[in-house]
Design a protein around this ligand. Sequence first.
Ligand SMILES: NC(=O)c1ccc[n+]([C@@H]2O[C@H](COP(=O)([O-])OP(=O)(O)OC[C@H]3O[C@@H](n4cnc5c(N)ncnc54)[C@H](O)[C@@H]3O)[C@@H](O)[C@H]2O)c1
Length: 425
Amino acid sequence: MEKIPLAIVGCGGMGHRHLYGLAELRNAGLSPFELVGACDPVTANAESLADDAEERLGARPTVVERMEMLEHLGVVAVDITTTPRYHHIVAVEAVERGWHAMVEKPVGLTVRASNRIREAAERTGKIVSVAENYRRDPMNRLGKALLDAGVIGAPRLMIHNTMGGGNQMTISVWRHQKNQSGVLLDVGVHFADILEFYLGPVRTVYAQTRLHEPIRHNPAAAQTGGASNNPAGVYGKWQKRMPAQFEATAEDAAYATLLFENGAVGQFIEDHAAHGQGVWTRQIHGSAGSLALPPDRSGQLITLYKNGESICDETLLDLAPDFHLEPITAALFGGERLWGYSFPFPQTDRKLIAAEYGELGRAIESGGPIEVDATQGGRSVALSYAMLESSMAGRALTMAELLSEEIDGYQLEIDEELGLRSAPP
Ligand SMILES: NC(=O)c1ccc[n+]([C@@H]2O[C@H](COP(=O)([O-])OP(=O)(O)OC[C@H]3O[C@@H](n4cnc5c(N)ncnc54)[C@H](O)[C@@H]3O)[C@@H](O)[C@H]2O)c1
């Protein structure tokens, strides 16, 4: 069968990780893609990805600086892994050129930018798939199957609390800049997606947000020589060139109460500035028990608490008889009914990205479904901003107010910079 010509647009850390995902899919004999292009205005990054591709895929994609240069390569789909600020520009251009697109989260830098992508996808009929990897973790699939099987009864409360980070840089400088995708969007959008994955649409949000650490430190800077937060080990060469310390302009902590459409309540803490005890808690409490869910991509086990007992082993599967991973995920992780897994992080990372590519390929070839489209991806962006907007407005906000762009006081200056709205008179 003819392979689908694909280009990776944005060849930084995640661009490289996506390449590893593509290679993982190919090694499993499941890749419908041929990587023909590597696009980045920073040519050294595109060259680095092309070199890596040659080694892992056996063929070197053409390096280009701009999207229009992909036209003569016969591209059918692009994988957009640029920094979030450029997602809407690149994604809208891609679908208007007639290409399908997978876009890393957050789908757009603001709600308005995300809406522009959704509208372009609707207008052109092209696929826009948001690369949301956390929900594809087999443990989240099992957690959701247990919930759907009614094992804990009707859900009443979801707790999602993460704390840590102190005053250290989270991967890169741009993740601390409000106009580039601050950490409450960049990381928070994953958690927003997870909240709606488990409990369905959120209706209202009340939050307090803070910028606790206005100066962030990068221990990997050349002059310091330490190690920074470096997922999958791909960021080191760039982190060395980043400043040892810099000013953060984006809020780094959110404390929120949510109401889901189904009546359940969410209690949400995302604090990237905590200096004390590190916290990870994700629990769902229902009318008949509760689930404690492990950190995403860890492969750790789910614990069910019910009738005064806890279950944290294979017998969980008996309670979710309908639980089956999608065929591609099952092939990559080695079983369709997993209750745990154990791979080094880079391997887990690339398997989840491979699953995203697998879904995209199926959708292009046979019209298969896209799990996280621009609408759902846009909801996660809206939920992340709902916390920042609520803190600014000093009241609870509805998701409808966010999605309709009616409430955008926090995002205003970003949208103005992006040219998505003119400054008020
Ligand atoms: N799903 C996950 O687990 C996960 C993890 C990390 C990053 N991400 C996402 O991936 C995206 C990229 O993050 P990253 O960590 O790779 O950032 P990065 O800074 O390492 O790389 C971004 C790359 O995009 C390039 N770029 C910028 N504008 C471009 C344009 N118009 N056309 C082509 N290339 C362009 C930059 O030159 C750079 O090479 C972000 O949206 C981020 O949120 C997702």
